[in-house]
Design a protein around this ligand. Structure first.
Ligand code: GLP
Length: 242
């Protein structure tokens, strides 16, 4: 694992964006795995700046997102479809048909998960996967469990995650109880992984991801087995690492 410790959220965002930018320079038709949450917003802002200044183009880029809430329409401001359009897709030259986000309103969610896996394989797999980190160590929406779930699947969200994500909804009762998420195998098959962790609320989880036992109780700990992981974080997020 390569770890960059930055002083501010702004510096984390610049560092992460510079790594994604290098990926796009090396391979203009990269398949990028994308994440939602507060952590990557600054990174997306930097990528938009780089696009506007002509340094990068997304014309040939394909994207696949990690996850989506069950039951939210694409137009719902809390859906990850809406998030991606608002923070990135509407601001760059990406072709709409090259962006892929799981459908939270699919009539057959199991089928949606299976076809998402097939789609990722059909476009050649993920070149670089961007990840945030849940306070309980989740990646995507792979929650702590007795076993790792390999492929894209339906998830029952934990109380911890529902509480953490409630800040973005009017009321905690509005937070969906389920989500669709890439599996641990889907994420681990990415050629490169870039994880962003900001702030003290991630410190416990990040220490376990980097140096704890590899266990499905801390889903992100599986990243210790991946050959190409870069972590971009701040000192607070790294403060529990002994
Ligand atoms: C959600 C998302 C994750 C994200 C996590 C952390 O649960 N499904 O992909 O990494 O939140 O979010 P934040 O970056 O806002 O702390």
């Amino acid at each position: 694992m390569k770890i960059y410790t930055e002083k501010t959220y702004e510096a984390i965002s610049s560092r992460a964006a510079s790594i994604l930018k290098a990926q796009l320079v090396l391979k203009t038709n990269s398949v990028l795995g994308l994440a939602t949450g507060t952590s990557p917003i600054g990174t997306y802002d930097k990528l938009v700046e780089d696009y506007r200044s002509g340094e990068i183009s997304f014309k040939d880029v394909r994207t696949v997102n990690l996850d989506e809430y069950v039951g939210l329409e694409d137009t719902d401001p809390n859906s990850y479809h809406y998030f991606m359009d608002a923070h990135l897709f509407s601001k760059i030259d990406i072709e709409k048909e090259n962006t892929h986000v799981l459908s939270g309103t699919a009539s057959d969610p199991e089928k949606e998960c299976r076809s998402y896996e097939r789609m990722i394989r059909s476009i050649g797999g993920i070149d670089m996967q961007l990840l945030g980190l849940g306070r309980n160590g989740h990646i995507g929406f792979n929650e702590p469990d007795e076993a790792f779930t390999v492929d894209t699947h339906i998830v029952d969200l934990t109380e911890n995650t529902i509480e953490a994500n409630a800040r973005l909804f009017n009321d905690i009762s509005e937070v969906p109880k389920q989500a669709l998420s890439m599996g641990i195998g889907t994420i681990m098959r990415a050629k490169r992984i870039l994880l962003i962790a900001y702030g003290e609320s991630k410190a416990d989880a990040l220490a376990k991801v980097i140096a704890g036992p590899v266990t499905p109780h801390v889903p992100g700990s599986i990243l210790q087995l991946h050959p190409d992981v870069t972590i971009v974080c701040d000192e607070a997020a790294l403060s529990k690492l002994k």
